[in-house]
Design a protein around this ligand. Sequence first.
Ligand SMILES: Nc1ncnc2c1ncn2[C@@H]1O[C@H](COP(=O)(O)OP(=O)(O)OP(=O)(O)O)[C@@H](O)[C@H]1O
Ligand SMILES: [Mg+2]
Length: 1023
Amino acid sequence: MIGFIVKKFIGSKNEREVKRLRPMVDQINQLEAELQKLPDEALRQKTAAWKEELSKIEDHEELARRLNEILPEAFAVVKNACRRLSGQEITVRGHPLKWEMVPFDVQLIGGYGLHSGRIAEMATGEGKTLVATLPVYLNALTGRGVHVVTVNDYLAARDGEWMGAVYKFLGLTVGCILHDQTPNTRREQYNCDITYGTNAEYGFDYLRDNGMATRKEDQVQRGHYFAIVDEVDSILIDEARVPLIISGPSMQTQDEQYGQFKPQVESLFHTQERLCNRFLSEAEELIGKLHPPDGANVENREAVEREAGRLLYRVKMGQPTSQGLMKILEVPENVKLMNQAELRLHADQKKVELYAEKEELFFAIDEKSHEADLTEKGRNYLSPKDPDAFMLPDLTVALHEIDVGPETDPRKRVEAKAKLQSEYQAKAQKIHAISQILKAYCLYQKDVQYVVQDNKVIIVDENTGRLMTGRRWSDGLHQAVEAKEGVAIERETQTLATITIQNYFRLYQKLAGMTGTAETEAGEFFDIYKLGVLVIPTNKPIARKDANDSVYKTKREKYNAVLNEIKTIHGQGRPILVGTISVEVSEHLSRLLKREGIVHSVLNAKYHEQEAEIVARAGQRGGVTIATNMAGRGTDIKLGPGVADIGGLHVIGTERHEARRIDRQLRGRCARQGDPGSSHFFIGLEDDLMRLFGSDRIVKYMERMGLEENQELEHPLLNRSIEQAQKRVEQHNFQIRKRTLEYDDVMNKQREVIYGFRNEIIHAADVRDRLMDIMEEVVIQKVEQFTTAEEDRNDWNIRALTEWLNLNFPLGMPDEEISKAADSGTETPVPGSIYDGLTPAQFAVCNFISTKVKEAYELKVSFENPEALKEVERYTILSAIDKLWQEHLYEMDSLRHSIGLRAHGQRDPLIEYKAEAFKIFEELMVNIKTEICHNIFRSASSLMAFENFLRNAPQKTTYTAPSAFGGSTAGADPNGVPKASDVVSEAAAAVERAKPVRSGPKVGRNDPCPCQSGRKYKHCCGK
Ligand SMILES: Nc1ncnc2c1ncn2[C@@H]1O[C@H](COP(=O)(O)OP(=O)(O)OP(=O)(O)O)[C@@H](O)[C@H]1O
Ligand SMILES: [Mg+2]
């Protein structure tokens, strides 16, 4: 009831808003009528005049205000351009297409919704592609670049060419980012007034520009002003579950563990399978007792029921995908027994019985949360001699025990702690690997979640059925599945750069979206992206007839019913579109149809272009098309001649999707633009949605109706229960996405700092000053570390300080000089300066060292080619940032993982994560600066310059041990000086970088480096 009132309220608020926009629509139409009198050239003149005017406005608010002012006229100009184009033939994706669109009034309203930074919900087929041109034109006049985001390359190219007709007519430039373009081409596309492309291309370009490019000439994007996201739900919600990652092979891995534990875990899995089969037959026997053949009274009925339910639930925990269990659960009464057992076990606060139940198994799998846990029995099985080998100790307690233990030597205590920590980590990794392999066996089915092709495990996208070649499950899961399938276990990869889709799109000053289905996710859009939803009425009333859902006990019965319906409707000559949620189901249905001799097409969202063409023809008489739900999305289905008279396109859903919006999307494929059409969903109690989230109510209802074989059930009430189940999953998934984002927010702030730092270095004409500042900061930090504010100099560790200095700078600094400098100190640092807080003695030491370092650097400069040195300096800073940042990403990954393991206690893992992340980030910043100091004297722009410098550097450096260049450097000669040629070739290559190369999201050791240096990854950033 409350929901109804709220809906009513929102509904009417939306309606009021739409109504409020009426006068604006009238004004646009009036202006457009006047424009009709102008010659083409005069129309184009408007674009030029506005561009000229708007390019001068810098202030955001001023610009926004002015755009609102010219909106009616600009929209009128676009509408008028469409009118002038009408009847003309344009070429889209190689096919001729007659332009016959002039925006309807509702489309003008949609355009306004987008301009105002909202999501315009417009039903499928309402012409959103055209709607976008209105705000795109208006905002592109600012010259700041407008990005239109599509779900695949094909649509980006199609829409860029199709709508390009309008933009070009009006004198704007249009570009399109495609997967295989070179950086130069990309830059040209971004420099256009308007750019079309997919979210992945935009995101990866951002990562390459900010995380990898080392020169501004290598950057391709030019800012993030305004993005309009088409199919916004698909991109900002479905795709947003997986962050964009550019990765290369990892330096540290535990890959061998997966192969090593596989045989043990496999045998554990089979042992559990046998165990569960035993439980199942016990359960079957008990269930038999409940139905005595003579109909006699059952003794102890309740106890027998309880026991049977308990056994069924135990199997559900032990082997959730068991065929035998599915079979038993085809009888609704048995589902009820099991659900009651589950409720009973979870009702107990302490869950004593639940744990006892788990202990009957070797491991317990939670299908909902995707977790696998070894029980004591399982640990004994895997390691009979030492069951604790797979048991994590409580680290906090154990560490505390060392503190209060008999050991008093603080050094030994630290050692003991470190040992404990490393043992803990090793154990945690082992347990993790085992749990991942268990999941691979229990939850990941071949040909459903993944396929095996060419000795590789390829993920199948659960929403679209698309094969996601190149994408890998993280956290070792992919290796686990590879181990299970016996294919080569690929090296774990390391993240070189990453961003979530959410955080990428938050970069835009203004964001808008369009889709046929946003309303059900309005809460999430607002929470995460601050996007409101404006529901736009359709141009003509929707004539679609939606049948009630039909529910069946088993999949077999369900598919039979689907087949019968296809036969009937096909017999009438009406075209049919059958939607499935997986490739497997598509193929199964296709086999059934073949057997019946029904000609049909199958689409799996693998080949966007061909599929779009097939889908476009799905409205022809007698056509039958089976498609996973992403296949052909965004492609218009036009009805063939005469099809409207016999009822239009019929859409069949073979399962309800987890999210309501995906179902609505499927329904919307028919009855476009006021056409007739109908839809019908078929559901089985065995469908995942029903199994995992369906409520008892449905089962009860089915029992009451006493459902027979092949009998179906349909009732509006049932639709509601199913919708309830979907809402539960939507909520659940939203929570997961939100949580992920909370974690990513931490990374996001760090990324902003690092990318900001990188960009400052890339864009500065000269980084020498910055370099000197960094050296000064590091010197201060080291002086603070090795000296104290006390007068008494005995506490100063001058030896350590000079060792550090001599290790990093070619100074040959003796201890006495430091003491002398300290003695001379009289001045107190200026408050607020970076020296603030130092004593006069410390201040004097800092100044003394900094001066010496600067002198040494000036000496180096004098032997260098100034232009080349500039690049060397830039490169030195960037490579230090990149190397340590990538290590940091790895560390953050492990941190996230270990926090997950620690989450058992009372502490909120997110808070702990934030605290630790902050700490390691602070360390990172210090380490980067130290690394820069360490490297700067070791790089030179040419061999000669380097040798000249070495010869003239203070003599002591060449024989001080440790040397000025660090004794342990690889490639160093026995005296501790690196071979000049090594250093030089590294630096020279930085100067010489030229050839742009194509880079993909995943980089192999032998692939070209994604930083576009032209060298192999292993010789460049991957060193
Ligand atoms: N103003 C118009 N006048 C005539 N036809 C139009 C108009 N606007 C759009 N159309 C036609 O409507 C069809 C659907 O357009 P489009 O593909 O842009 O819809 P959509 O809203 O993006 O649908 P989907 O949700 O499936 O992506 C196209 O064939 C297009 O030519
Ligand atoms: Mg579209």
